[in-house]
Ligand binder design. Sequence first.
Ligand code: NAP
Length: 242
Amino acid sequence: MLEEKVAVVTGGSTGIGRAIAAKFREYGAEVVIANRSADAGREAAEALDCTFTQCDVSSYDEVQALVDATVEEHGRLDVMVNNAGIGRVGTVEEMDLDDWHDVMRINLNGVMHGTRAALPHLKASEGSVINVASIYGLVAGPGATAYATAKGAIVNFTRSVAVDYAAQNVRVNSICPGFVETPMTEPTFEDEEFYEYVHGRTPMGRVAQPEEIAGVAMFLASDEASYVTGANIPVDGGWTAH
Ligand code: NAP
């Protein structure tokens, strides 16, 4: 379903990004994994038969270089997956101000950087952008001010860019996952009370596996989603349904 497509997955070394890279490979795409740790990125790229480019998405120059290198090596770019992100907790009073700025630089600016750098090539390929937002982009959650603010901005950024580029046949969507078992959530799930809260709050009564997010990314990247743009799709076991 993704044969002859070339995709970049930021944050592809672990968790949701790694599952997306694996799914895209399974369906025939060429995939470039991008993240900061070269060891983790190279290991993932080797395991999944992808290529790796080291990149910090908070730097526009590095993201531009990532896109340039991808097009130079693979000849085109069809799908930009802006998945890289960090989690930080705290109410507006409690949070460390550096955490606020880090979340904005990586989670929000990173999505804009990837989208902006990829767009010239996506216009040429009539490709698509897939941003990884969160349920916390659609609703608030306790003690996640910076994270939810950045994710909420991604949701409306997705709509804005979708509207601006629809006539040029570039589709722009986001996925809004509920809680997923990844290295990001591992420490928070060790807190039994929080784990119980997440299970109790989720109508399906469980957290997601990364592969359950990757399937939706695969659909959005494929031509089966040819009329889907500006959508922010919850993949959350029913979290935002109530
Ligand atoms: P994860 O397991 O911690 O993986 C994060 C990935 O992003 C890693 O590859 C990491 O590699 C990369 N990364 C972090 N900062 C980066 C930067 N500045 N530049 C480039 N790459 C960077 O996290 P995850 O749970 O898979 O989360 C992936 C995305 O899904 C995030 O946007 C997250 O907010 C979102 N999400 C997660 C959940 C969940 O429950 N897990 C729920 C909703 C949404 P390096 O550190 O080597 O750079």
